[in-house]
Design a binder for this molecule. Structure first.
Ligand SMILES: Cc1cc2nc3c(=O)[nH]c(=O)nc-3n(C[C@H](O)[C@H](O)[C@H](O)COP(=O)(O)OP(=O)(O)OC[C@H]3O[C@@H](n4cnc5c(N)ncnc54)[C@H](O)[C@@H]3O)c2cc1C
Length: 550
């Protein structure tokens, strides 16, 4: 990064879909702003996850931005569920269209962000030593941006090629004729397997937890559908801006318990053939509350798996036994189960034969050594708090965020935490599951409205009240005690050894976010304590986006 230190009103960290929108909104509102990004380009998730098969499981046109009618009309997504290259192109297009790149700095990993009480500003340092200062710090650092690779002995000794899916190189990896291991069978691993299948000499899939995978049912968007999307844009935007899941899927008003077995069977068949997340969002509304309905849906999927996978032992291993549908984030697949009918593919169940070490030539389990040319680590992320806890954030009195959250995060709206004034984290912990950009967009709008309120009322320090934070956190924790969604794995931190087991999503969902954020506005922002900074800082006036030296 340019070593010239800069001062701005709003420092945004992260050039994913959330940070890009935050930069746009901040500039549009007349704040000077600068965005810092660790990577060398735009895209966040879609910059780092270039692995073979990486693609949406949200419908493309429901994932993209909705703030610009013109943008929506001019960008023609090619597939209902776009692949990584198309998504990365889209996000670059947005950045260029709205001239955002001039306020972005790449290869700029923030290593420290320290609150200065005297001036009411954040002092930020980047890995290369460059420094900047911002009145407000908005960390749009993502929930899935810190890849996790298990600490297996000998990993560095491997002599072949090895990559984590979340840190995949820009230069394509050649799988032709290679002996390949894919470790991990969640959303990323199950996308890699069928994509590289034709090229490889052999493919060994290492599974710790079987997942309830169902078909993505992707296809190209036809010319008629393109036209329809444009003609119905306003209605689609309204649906997406109000839908609780952030998807445009019709909600099923019927309880599975009220349907006959034959009706449920027909419904499940319909869902199996439906696109992506509809299997969750348009399923019987009691799917996640009624174990009997969920068990029947799981039995239906299990039957499908047995029907696809010819080897009965492999089929049984691929059927989850330790959680119901929704207990973990369900992956969506295209040819994953079918891949196991190829004699080149084998499944290693790590519950039966755990990995003992990686050697120079391969992976050793309690069952012996298998040799590989390529190892794909599809082993997930340090979800929710991973990036924030690693950013060197220190609030009032030098309090480190990682200490403050040692037992898990406490937040207001999944956006602010007390002791860290003028610090916001849209799309971080206590954000909702569902179609991410919709919920994260709500949060960016809330941040921007709050900054505007403060500016209009002559305040430059914003801190959430203890009561507001406590109430929100209590709501999340109470919901966590009864929810059946995401109770296994990343959403509770159980995929990372030593991480506190704390529910990391907003259990009240988008509905609660709408309710409480409307209440904040109606009550004149009383959830926040706002003040003037004790000492006037020499920040430039909040106009334009030019940066100044300090
Ligand atoms: C493979 C994959 C597929 C997914 N598919 C979907 C999907 O179909 N639908 C859906 O809703 N969600 C999906 N998600 C979730 C996805 O993360 C979100 O949809 C969305 O990309 C989050 O955007 P973001 O801008 O909040 O964070 P990110 O896209 O993660 O961007 C955060 C950025 O912050 C940067 N950063 C972090 N720390 C620092 C630091 N200290 N200094 C500087 N920069 C930093 C990172 O480098 C990164 O570029 C998927 C996730 C993955 C991993």
């Amino acid at each position: 990064m340019d070593t010239t230190a800069v001062d701005v009103d709003v420092l945004v960290v992260g050039a994913g879909i959330t940070g890009i929108y935050q930069l746009h909104r901040a500039r549009e509102a007349g704040f000077s702003a600068l965005l810092l990004e660790a990577g060398s380009g735009v895209g966040g998730t879609w910059y780092w996850n270039r692995y073979p098969g990486a693609r949406f499981d949200s419908e493309s046109y429901t994932y993209g931005y909705l703030f610009s009618d013109e943008l929506f009309r001019e960008w023609e997504w090619q597939e209902h569920f776009a692949g990584q290259p198309e998504i990365e192109r889209y996000l670059n297009h947005v950045v260029d269209k709205f001239d955002l790149r001039r306020d972005m700095r790449f290869d700029a990993a923030v290593t420290s962000a320290v609150w200065d009480d005297a001036t009411g500003t954040w002092h930020v340092t980047v890995a290369d030593g460059a420094r900047c200062r911002g009145r407000f710090l908005v960390a749009a650092t993502g929930v899935l941006s810190v890849p996790y690779t298990p600490d297996i002995p000998g990993r560095d000794d491997f002599g072949g090629v090895q990559h984590h899916t979340g840190l995949w190189p820009a230069d394509p990896v050649d799988f032709t004729g290679k002996r390949v291991a894919v470790v991990g069978t969640s959303s990323s691993g199950v996308q890699v397997v069928p994509t590289v299948l034709d090229d490889v000499a052999s493919l060994t899939v290492y599974q710790r937890t079987a997942n309830w995978c169902t078909p993505l049912n992707n296809r190209p968007i036809t010319a008629d559908e393109q036209q329809e999307l444009r003609a119905n844009f306003e209605a689609l935007r309204e649906t997406l801006n109000t839908s609780l899941s952030g998807f445009a899927h019709p909600v099923n008003a019927r309880a599975g318990a009220d349907a006959s077995p034959a009706e449920r069977r027909a419904m499940f068949e319909e869902l199996w053939n439906s696109p992506g997340f509809m299997k969750l969002t348009s399923n019987y509304y009691d799917l996640l509350f009624n174990d009997q309905v969920n068990d029947e849906w799981c039995a239906f999927i299990a039957e499908k798996i047995r029907g696809i996978v010819r080897d009965p032992d492999t089929a049984e291993r691929l059927i989850p036994k330790d959680h119901r549908f929704g207990g973990k984030r369900p992956p969506f697949v295209n040819g994953y189960f079918e891949a196991f009918n190829d004699p080149k593919v084998s499944l290693v169940d790590l519950r039966e034969t755990p990995i003992t070490r990686v050697t120079a030539t391969g992976i050793e389990t309690t069952d012996g050594l298998r040799e590989f040319d390529i190892i794909v680590w599809a082993t997930g992320f340090d979800f929710g708090t991973g990036a924030l806890n690693r950013m060197g954030i220190r609030g009032r009195d030098g309090l480190a965020l990682s200490d403050h959250w040692a037992d898990g995060p406490t937040t207001f709206l999944g956006l602010q935490t007390r002791g860290f004034p003028n610090f916001f984290f849209p799309g971080g912990p206590h954000a909702a599951a569902g179609n991410n950009p919709r919920y994260n967009g709500d949060l960016v709008d809330i941040v921007t409205d709050t900054l505007l309120y403060a500016r209009d009322h002559g305040f430059d320090v914003i801190e959430v009240s203890a009561e507001a934070e406590e109430r929100w956190t209590r709501m999340v924790d109470k919901g966590a005690a009864v929810t059946t969604f995401g109770t296994v794995g990343q959403y509770v931190g159980s995929n990372i050894p030593g991480k506190p087991r704390r529910y990391l999503l907003n259990t009240g969902g988008r509905l609660k976010l709408f309710e409480i954020s409307a209440d904040v506005v109606a009550n004149d922002y009383r959830a926040y304590e706002m003040s003037k900074a004790p000492a006037a800082s020499d920040l430039p006036p909040p106009k334009g986006s030019e940066t100044a030296q300090i």
